[in-house]
Design a protein around this ligand. Structure first.
Ligand code: PHE
Length: 339
């Protein structure tokens, strides 16, 4: 009986297959219910009791070998058939080359810039690592005032004066400190907040800040600017609404809503049946902020606004999880190719 096992073992070691039907013949001979190995298992009964253990082990070994060999023969055959080496057909179209696309955050950012540029805004940027002055103090956040906790901040361990900016309003200050009015600028960039990550919130996201400072700038100008943007970005019949709010750096302050462009104000899941969705914060620049930047608040006035790019993108493309923007899943990102 052991001789038989040895014979099959040798045969197995030598066998080669060149095509699918030979592979099938291999399967029938060594793997199937009618294989030689199954035959040997049947003969197990006839083996004397004291040899049963060794015989069983040898058979199991043989069976394992046959299965492994079958798998590798099948894999070899596959690689032969899918990569024909002789005479490739050069007239066939080439394999399509996957080119990358813009990230949805950049698509929305670029579109926002485009719209505001047509209103006469230029683009300014500032550093992501900031100091207390630009993120808080110059923006009229009093020392130790609870307003500082409105946006949970990442401070640098070694230097509590250094922090990751919690909003792009920092760039307003940098702009006004280093230039002379008038200013009409939008400031896109990444911001950081110490938030628990969920479908609705992330510890970093992007904003676009807007600032317009000149003589005789009024709330009507803020309204018109936002109205124009909303209609351009979300559609011609978009309505806007301002809700009174509070920011230390603007007075008066208002939250900006647009009419829900999905249900047209009738009420749906996106607008939580209210017919309105929030797109950002805004207000008239507080005279204290102008003074902090050595701008005469009797001569100049202005408005500012800040909008979250993720928020705008989520509304526009009906995305319900903010984490998708930073997970780099190509199945998500690919959907924006060509937009
Ligand atoms: N900086 C505010 C925020 O991040 C938004 C804002 C900008 C509000 C400008 C008013 C004016 O929430």
């Amino acid at each position: 009986m052991f001789d038989q096992v040895e014979k099959v073992h040798k045969e197995l070691a030598q066998v080669l297959v060149a095509n699918a039907s030979e592979l099938e013949a291999f399967r029938i001979r060594f793997i199937s219910k009618k294989s030689v190995i199954t035959g040997l298992f049947d003969a197990f009964k006839t083996v004397p009791n004291d040899q049963k253990k060794a015989f069983g082990e040898a058979l199991n070994e043989l069976k394992k070998e046959a299965n492994t060999k079958f798998k590798s023969l099948a894999a070899n055959l596959q690689s032969i058939t899918t990569h024909p080496s002789e005479h490739p057909d050069v007239s066939l179209p080439s394999t399509p080359f996957q080119i990358g696309g813009l990230h949805p955050i950049n698509i929305v950012k670029n579109r926002m810039i485009e719209i505001f540029e047509r209103q006469g805004f230029n683009v300014s940027e500032g550093p992501e690592m900031e100091d207390d002055w630009h993120n808080f103090t110059a923006l009229n956040f009093p020392n130790n005032h609870p307003a500082r906790e409105m946006q949970d901040t990442y401070f640098l361990e070694k230097d509590p004066d250094r922090l990751l900016r919690t909003h792009t309003s920092t760039v307003q200050i940098r702009l006004m400190e280093h230039g002379k009015p008038p200013f009409r600028s939008i400031m896109p960039g990444r911001v950081y907040r110490n938030e628990a990550i969920s479908a609705r919130a992330h510890c970093f996201f992007h904003q676009v800040e807007g600032l317009y400072i000149d003589r005789n700038v009024g709330f009507k100008d803020l309204k018109q600017s936002i109205y124009h943007f909303s209609r351009e970005f979300f559609g011609k019949d978009t309505q806007i609404r301002f809700r009174p709010s509070y920011f230390p750096f603007t007075e008066p302050s208002a939250e900006v809503d647009i009419s829900c462009f999905i249900c047209k104000g009738k009420g749906c899941k996106i607008c939580k049946n209210s017919g309105w969705v929030e797109i950002g914060g805004s207000g008239m620049v507080d005279p204290n902020v102008l003074q902090n930047c050595r701008i005469d608040s009797k001569e100049f006035s202005g408005f500012a606004f800040g909008m979250g790019i993720e928020r705008i993108a989520m509304l526009k493309y009906e995305i319900d999880d903010i984490r998708l923007f930073s997970e780099n899943d190509v199945r998500f990102l690919r959907q924006f190719n060509g937009l």
